[in-house]
Structures are given as structure tokens and as C-alpha cells.
Write a protein of this length. Structure first.
Length: 573
């Protein structure tokens, strides 16, 4: 619209000028070199305008002819660039769609049209990866390192290739070089941190974490949590050799994440060993209120050196009052009561859990109460049989792996802070049978060692307890009868399951299994055959910690009110 208005105004001004000249006639005479030229002013102006227009036209034609070779070259270059960009665009779409043949064809076209374009290198590398040619992709990425424009792209590609091949050290070197080239690069800081955690280089991981936090690659809350886990990992490594350093690290980790159980447990143990009971209790109480755990309960019970079993029971009751709704509170109190031989109090504490919150650990504690108070093997077997079908207790779990202790990284993928204290999935019946056999053998031997079996084996009349432990391993296949399975809905599965257990423990486990399903031991179908080696199952059931020795001190002398002798046996895998 503006152009039209300008055009019309220009035409009007020209017309007005010509009309003005026409209304004012005049004569223009030129005498030069014997020539006498006489014309009107209007005609002279028109001739001058025509001459100027002709000169401009001729100059334009001459310039076009002069620049025509360059213009033709530019047109060809633009055409080649447009063709190359179209090939790169189509090739990247083919890579995203997973069409390796089409991606390779477009990569070849892009290489012919745009051989030095960074996008062409990227397309060639990705098409080679898609077709499975890792060597070509790696060679292309290495060629990118020569140019500053493509260096970061090549480093990332080489890092990903090293991760795919499991070359952790090479991946760490590429990520470190990329971070030095561009400190504000987010992926390099994250990748370097993950590689350092996988290699358990906690000091370097802390430095990388600080760098990532300063450059805004990680939020403050997440950075504090990761730092606390790294400090706890360092404290765990040096707890025995350098307790001073471990205490400083654990306290700093506790300040950053007060719900981190391992940090509080390490700090509590070291503080208690040095006689700083009040500070140890403060640290343990703060963590217990947020994340109750058996390790905290054990450290709190032995926080004061020289306490009697009754004193430890009183301390556990004070700790349980800080988090009364957690199942760990009554379990901790009951454990301390059993150690103090206060079986009625232990039974009273556990009774609210029996109807609806019965777990394997609670059932095991009830078995300990029966063995210590009355010495009735039948009641012990009954509670251990109930433990087979009871709910699982929490354990340290990371990516499906159950561990009896906390670790800073996952054993599967090396992820930091992967272990969580939660209830694991159910295990196979054979595993439960093995656990039951071990507990039954241990509890009967520890709580009532003076009793003699009712029907001793004549072939092993002189066998000692160590002989039982060293007995030849056998594989037990337990399969209940259909009548028993229908009579008890909580019975084990009808599918036979095999697990390698000691010979005597297998007999006890079969008897306990028959007790759980109301089947006489003679009716249980079993098949026993020797094996060459013991099979080890990584999935373990969490057992409530027994009362440990006072941290950092000599164990106290046995009290006179505990006449029951305690014996230790070797664990059978």
C-alpha cells in the first residue's frame, strides 16, 4: 500500500513538472565547434532524461555480463547446498525412523553435496551406528576432534560409544575432556559424575558434584543428598582405619541428610566408642524419628558403655517412643527385652503385631521367646513355620538386588543412592525352607543347648554340633500332598522347589514344613540326593541383629542372671 502511494506521488510530481515546463516555453541555444543547436527548454529536458536512462541501462547490461560467471557459480553452489540440506534433513528423519538403508543413501548424497558440513558428519556417524558399523562411527567422531566447531560433538559421540562397549575409563576420559572444553556443558558433568561413582572414586565425584552445582546443572536439594551419600561412602571405607576422619565425614553427611541411616549409624558408633553418649544419642534419635532402622536401634542400645541388659531395654523404650507407629519400634524393644530375659515384656510388646502385622522377623522373635522362656521345641517350630508364610521384613534393595548392608551405589548399574530400605518381593519356597532350617538349628542350639533330641540317629550317636554343620549337603525337594494344600490356604506352593541345605537342617525344615501345613512329617513327599557343590542364593531374609559388643570397648563380663550358655556356629551357604 505504501509503495503504491509513493508510486502515484512520483508520477504526479513528474507530470506536474512537465506541465510546468510546457506552460513556460523558452529557447535553448548551443553554439559549439561551428554547430548551432537551438531547441526549446521542454525538449531539452526530455532528451536529457532519455540520455540518462540509456546510460543507466547500458551500465546495467555491462555489469550483468561482467558478473555472469560468478552469478552462475553462486547459483550452482546454492543449488548444491539446497540439495545437501534436503539430504541431511531426510537422512536424519530416516535415522529417527530406524531405516538404515535410506539413512545410508542420504548420508552419501549429503557427503557429495556438503562434505565439510558438521551435520553431514553427524548424519554419517548415526547412519553407521544404525547399520551396526561401530568402527566407522568411531572413526568419524575421531575426525570431528580436529575441528573446534565439531570437537564437542565428537567427544559426546565417542563417550556414548565407550559406554556401549563398557569401556568405563575411556568414557570417563572423554567426559572429562568435554567438561574442560566447555565447563557449562551439562551432559559432560553428569556423565563424568556417574563414571566416577561407578569406579568408586568418591573424592573426584565430590569435586565434580561441586562443579555441577556451581554451574547450575543440579538443584541444591539433590546436590546435598548426593554429597551426603558420597561422604557416607568415604566414612564407611575409613571407619576402621581412621575413625576421626570417618566421624567428621559422617557428621557432615548427617547434617546434609538427617534421614540417611548409614551416616547416623557410623557417627553414633564412633561417638559412643569415645564416651560421647549424649551427642551419639542426639544423632541417632534425629535419624530414628525420620527413618527407623535396626542398625540405629542397636547403636542406640549400646551407646553407653557398661550398661546392663535392663538399662539397654530402658534405652530402647525411650527410642521407640520417638516413632511409635513404626514396626521397628516394638521389634527393637522386644529384642532388648529378650536379651534381658524379660520374656513377658517382649511378648506384650509383640502381641499387637501378631494379628495383622506379623512378619518373619516378628515370628522369629516369638520363636526366641518360646525357646528362651520354656524351651519347647514344638512351639519354636510352630513360630518358625509361621515365619515361612509371614510377610517379608524390609531390607536394603537396589534394582531388585537384596543386600544385608547398605551400599552407596547399585550393584547393577552403578547408580548413586540406589539402595532403599523397603519390603522386597517374595522369595521361592526353597529359600524359605533353607532359612527356616538355619534358624531352627541355631535357635534350638542357642536357647536350649542342654536338651537332647528325643530320637537320636544311631549312626551319628557321637556326632557333635560341628559335625551337623559339616554334614554332607543334600538337595531337598519338598512337595506337600493335595489334601494338605487344600486344608491350609497359607501353605506353600504345589510346585516342587529345590534348594541345597545341610542334611540335618533339611530334616528339621521338612518337619517344620509339615507342622505349618498340618501334615505329619511322614506324609511330606521328599526326594534327597547328594550334590557336588552348595548352591548359593543371593536373596537373603533380614534377621534382627543380635546384641553386638560395645563399640570400641572390651565386651562386658556375663551377668549372673544369664546362665544360658551361648555358642556360635559357622554359617552354611
Amino acid at each position: 500500500m505504501v509503495r503504491l502511494v509513493v508510486y502515484l506521488l512520483t508520477i504526479a510530481l513528474i507530470a506536474s513538472g512537465l506541465a510546468w515546463l510546457a506552460d513556460r516555453p523558452g529557447t535553448l541555444q548551443i553554439v559549439w565547434q561551428g554547430y548551432d543547436i537551438e531547441t526549446s527548454v521542454f525538449r531539452a529536458v526530455v532528451l536529457l532524461a532519455a540520455a540518462i536512462a540509456s546510460i543507466v541501462f547500458l551500465w546495467s547490461v555491462f555489469r550483468a555480463l561482467w558478473n555472469s560467471p560468478a552469478a552462475i557459480g553462486d547459483r550452482l553452489v546454492q543449488r548444491r547446498q539446497r540439495k545437501g540440506l534436503d539430504a541431511v534433513s531426510s537422512g536424519l528423519i530416516a535415522v529417527g525412523a530406524g531405516d538404515s538403508m535410506l539413512a545410508s543413501r542420504f548420508a552419501l548424497q549429503a557427503r557429495k553435496s556438503l562434505p565439510h558440513e558438521p551435520l553431514t558428519h553427524l548424519l554419517r556417524a548415526q547412519s553407521a551406528e544404525l547399520s551396526g558399523d561401530r568402527a566407522t562411527a568411531r572413526r568419524i567422531y575421531e575426525a570431528m576432534l580436529a575441528s573446534p566447531e565439531t570437537e564437542q560433538l565428537g567427544l559426546r559421540g565417542l563417550f556414548l560409544e565407550a559406554e556401549r562397549q563398557g569401556a568405563g575409563e575411556a568414557a570417563r576420559q572423554f567426559a572429562s575432556r568435554a567438561l574442560k572444553a566447555n565447563p557449562k556443558l551439562g551432559w559432560s558433568a553428569t556423565a563424568l559424575f556417574e563414571q566416577q561413582c561407578k569406579q568408586k572414586d568418591w573424592t573426584a565425584a565430590l569435586q565434580t558434584l561441586d562443579h555441577a552445582r556451581k554451574n547450575g546443572h543440579i538443584a541444591k536439594a539433590e546436590a546435598d543428598r548426593k554429597r551426603a551419600v558420597l561422604l557416607t561412602a568415604k566414612a564407611q571405607n575409613v571407619e576402621e582405619d581412621s575413625p576421626d576422619k570417618a566421624l567428621a565425614l559422617a557428621l557432615e553427611a548427617h547434617g546434609l541428610a538427617s534421614d540417611l541411616v548409614p551416616a547416623a549409624a557410623i557417627a553414633g558408633r564412633i561417638l559412643a566408642s569415645r564416651g560421647n553418649t549424649s551427642k551419639a544419642a542426639k544423632v541417632l534419635q534425629k535419624t530414628w524419628a525420620k527413618s527407623p532402622h535396626p542398625d540405629l536401634a542397636a547403636a542406640y542400645a549400646y551407646a553407653r558403655v557398661g550398661d546392663s541388659t535392663r538399662d539397654r531395654f530402658d534405652r530402647e523404650r525411650q527410642l521407640a517412643a520417638l516413632n511409635p507407629h513404626s514396626i521397628e519400634s516394638p521389634i527393637a524393644v522386644a529384642t532388648a527385652a529378650i536379651e534381658a530375659r524379660m520374656y513377658d515384656e517382649a511378648r506384650r510388646v509383640l502381641e499387637p503385631l501378631l494379628p495383622e502385622r506379623l512378619t518373619q522377623r516378628v515370628a522369629t522373635l516369638m520363636a526366641r521367646i518360646e525357646a528362651g522362656e520354656n524351651g519347647e521345641k514344638g512351639r519354636v517350630r510352630e513360630w518358625l513355620a509361621r515365619a515361612m508364610n509371614a510377610a517379608r521384613d524390609p531390607a536394603w534393595i537396589a534394582d531388585g538386588v537384596i543386600s544385608d548392608h547398605w551400599e552407596p551405589i547399585s550393584p547393577v548399574d552403578g547408580r548413586l543412592d540406589a539402595f532403599q530400605w523397603r519390603v522386597p518381593v517374595e522369595t521361592r519356597d526353597a529359600t524359605r525352607t533353607e532359612i527356616l532350617a538355619r534358624r531352627l538349628e541355631e535357635l534350638i542350639a542357642i536357647e536350649a543347648p542342654a536338651e537332647t533330641p528325643a530320637t537320636p540317629n544311631p549312626d551319628r550317636a557321637s556326632a557333635t554340633q560341628d559335625d551337623v554343620i559339616d554334614a554332607e549337603p543334600v538337595t531337598v525337594t519338598v512337595k506337600p500332598t493335595p489334601e494338605a494344600a487344600s486344608a491350609n490356604t497359607a501353605a506353600v506352593s504345589d510346585e516342587p522347589s529345590e534348594q541345597t541345605v545341610p542334611a540335618e537342617a533339611a530334616k528339621l525344615a521338612t518337619a517344620a514344613k509339615a507342622t505349618a501345613t498340618d501334615i505329619p512329617p511322614a506324609q511330606a513327599q521328599r526326594e534327597i540326593r547328594p550334590v557336588q557343590s552348595i548352591q548359593k542364593d543371593d536373596t537373603k531374609l533380614f534377621v534382627a541383629p543380635r546384641a553386638p559388643d560395645d563399640p570400641g570397648t572390651e565386651p562386658p563380663a556375663p551377668e549372673p542372671e544369664q546362665p544360658i550358655a551361648r555358642r556360635s556356629f559357622r554359617a552354611v551357604s
